[in-house]
Design a protein around this ligand. Structure first.
Ligand SMILES: C[S@@+](CC[C@H](N)C(=O)[O-])C[C@H]1O[C@@H](n2cnc3c(N)ncnc32)[C@H](O)[C@@H]1O
Length: 275
């Protein structure tokens, strides 16, 4: 089984790929602005529109102290800080991605508003009530210990603060074979149905937990995302080997098909820490 570190250490969206794309566009890496990165550094479905949907629902405002849980290479964190005027802290378990997040942030001079911690979301090293908002995208599917994850989210959120996130949701028709293949191939070891998620949030102590099914939107855009990964074949093979790219694509094909046939879906969740 691919473990969570290997999966993201050898992922087609990575710092080298981002920098190669910018160089192909004729950009100097020493002279970048935040907008230069936004087409390349968002490792979730729906790009900036998806970050805007979370930010609007929350709502994120200038003056907020936002925590991005599982922040990857920091694309959403930089976008939120740059476009909404808030400060953002990201936490991610992957060392390479955290280092990339810091370097890309410094390249676009957002270091005063955006910072990153390498750590496990189930053991957050932050003081209680430190953040006014929390967001996350397409990451909790990797975290089986939802009780610790959401207990930490609640603890570090100010009273009245909002947690919003998107994630995969399972329909009862998702087969055990598919669950096994997605665990093996995409480190997706913790896929839940929509009601389970709302119950996890309520059990952790969140109030007003609500969800919105966004499966239709995701199933429209994921086939295109699969094609995008196909265009990265040569680059990914050069970085991580032929078999890694093949394994990645095989698992992603299973994922996209399950989304299109609605055995898998996506949802946007929102919940609050009580005042
Ligand atoms: C699909 S990426 C999303 C990255 C980012 N949210 C974005 O939209 O660009 C999922 C991220 O979750 C991180 N992750 C997985 N398990 C984690 C955990 N237990 N604690 C912190 N980060 C975790 C991975 O390292 C990866 O960077």
């Amino acid at each position: 089984m691919v473990n969570i570190s290997t999966y993201y250490d050898e992922h087609p969206i990575n710092q080298v790929a981002i920098e190669n794309a910018l160089i192909r566009l004729g950009k100097s890496l020493e002279n970048l602005v935040p907008e230069d990165l936004f087409d390349f550094d968002q490792d979730h479905y729906g790009g900036l529109a998806a970050v805007d949907a979370l930010a609007t629902s929350s709502p994120v405002q200038a003056g907020d102290r936002v925590l991005d849980v599982c922040s990857g290479m920091g694309g959403p964190a930089r976008y939120l800080a740059h476009n909404y005027g808030c400060s953002v802290t990201g936490i991610d378990i992957n060392q390479l991605r955290t280092a990339a997040a810091r370097q890309l942030t410094s390249r676009v001079a957002l270091g005063e508003k955006v910072s990153f911690v390498c750590g496990d979301a189930t053991k957050m090293p932050f003081e209680s009530k430190n953040f006014t908002k929390i967001i996350s995208q397409e990451a909790f599917l990797h975290i089986p210990d939802k009780a610790s994850l959401f207990a930490n989210c609640l603890r570090v959120l100010q009273p009245g603060g909002c947690l919003t996130f998107t994630d995969w949701i399972a329909s009862p028709r998702l087969t055990d074979i598919e669950r096994g293949a997605l665990g093996e191939g995409m480190a997706a070891t913790a896929i839940h149905d929509e009601n389970d998620y709302v119950n996890f949030l309520s059990s952790a102590g969140f109030v007003d937990a609500q969800s919105e099914d966004i499966s239709a939107w995701w199933s429209e855009i994921l086939r295109e995302r699969l094609r995008m990964y196909q265009t990265k074949k040569e680059e990914t093979e050069n970085l991580f080997g032929v078999s890694r790219h093949r394994e990645f694509m095989e698992a992603y094909e299973i994922f996209v098909q399950a989304m299109e046939e609605r055995r898998l879906g996506g949802a946007r969740f929102k919940a609050f820490r009580d005042i």
